[in-house]
Design a protein around this ligand. Sequence first.
Ligand SMILES: *Cc1c(COP(=O)(O)O)cnc(C)c1O
Length: 468
Amino acid sequence: MRYLSTRGDASRPGFSDILLEGLAPDGGLYLPDHYPQVDATTLQRWRGLTYAELAGEILRLFIDDIPHADLDRLVRDTYTPAAFGSPEIVPLRALGEGVFVQALSNGPTLAFKDMAMQLLGRLFEYELGRRGQTLNILGATSGDTGSAAEYAMRGRAGIRVFMLSPHGRMSPFQQAQMFSLQDANIHNIAVEGVFDDCQDIVKAISADAAFKRDRCIGTVNSINWARLLAQVVYYFAGYFQATRDNGQVVSFAVPSGNFGNICAGHVARCMGLPIRRLMLATNENDVLDEFFRSGQYRVRGSSETLETSSPSMDISKASNFERFVFDALGRDAARTADLFGTQVARHGGFSLPAHEFAGLARFGFVSGRSTHADRLATIRRAWEDHASLIDPHTADGLKVALELREPGETVLVLETALPAKFSATLHEALGRPLAMSPEHAELLERPRRFQVMAADADAVKRYIAEHT
Ligand SMILES: *Cc1c(COP(=O)(O)O)cnc(C)c1O
């Protein structure tokens, strides 16, 4: 399997070459040069597999430069009931007629990013070991991504993490989760500033090519292909749990931000998984809902990007969206380069002509949006009608699923975080505080290890230089 860039770069790297990379050299995103097709016999055979076995089967279709035995070992070590809380790894629970919640958030940081990041940590360690290289991961976080990355990379050979977060601005739970890590290869840097300051520092350091090279600086952002690939697996696993035979079809409702999660659903559907519809849910930051209703993609400025009660979906543009548009336009790289390299940069977006927009229907996407009031009402309804506690992001997905579901349709709502992470909103919705689990209470009491630093790229560089 070779990979290509959505903007037409002529090189055709293999999986291992793009594993540790971000963007393609031309600024595009990597995609496989074709989607392997899963026939009925294969689908039937996969039905009986464990999650780790299924992951091994799917990954090997896209990865031919890591021996199968090694790949199988990596997925077996990753997807264990001990790490993810149940033998199914991504269990379903029914929430009324034709609606299921698929739990993706029972990993170490209680958010679905663990599903991919836990595997990525092992893949990175494996590949760096093969190459005799080290990697210093530099990132900025306002919460979920940073903690998932740290829990995936902690204690791994050849890897250090330098994670910048805005001092005193993460939730108490998120701070406890990240700062309680005592592993020597994890460095938490609390920057005196806001999230944008953290991101600016990362950009400034990444722009210093010499420093980047000398200190082996890399990232683990949401456009990484391996992350997306790992997410394809749970669409298959959810389908097998919700159906008895391969004649049945299901739909998925996906709380979306950077379009990574739902893009994995698109890949699964392109491989032949019987997915009827992919229901994309946004919060008030509705750039993607607007696109799927109108064909207009309009990137928001930072003043237009709202802080909401489903904060992990507060995006101004969707970094993985280019992958879908590339497929939707018949893999026309010149067109994609024009839309994302030129139109977005010059005019802040683009509008697809009506005939092209109409052609997108074959990919099964539909969309909806949710507000703070919707979120609260949906959390309350799930609790009162089904005794199920859901987090605000999952509530966005459920709200849209209930709105779009047609009679007889089976919809799996992807649960992207656990309610314990967002207890203030749960309190507001239910009118009472959530009971805190003993593990949660214990986490808040653990000793913390972090470094407070001014919002100054040179100070952060000095710190990295002293610790690498
Ligand atoms: C990251 C995240 C999302 C958005 O996922 P994308 O892949 O960026 O679309 C939704 N919910 C939660 C809880 C998240 O952490």
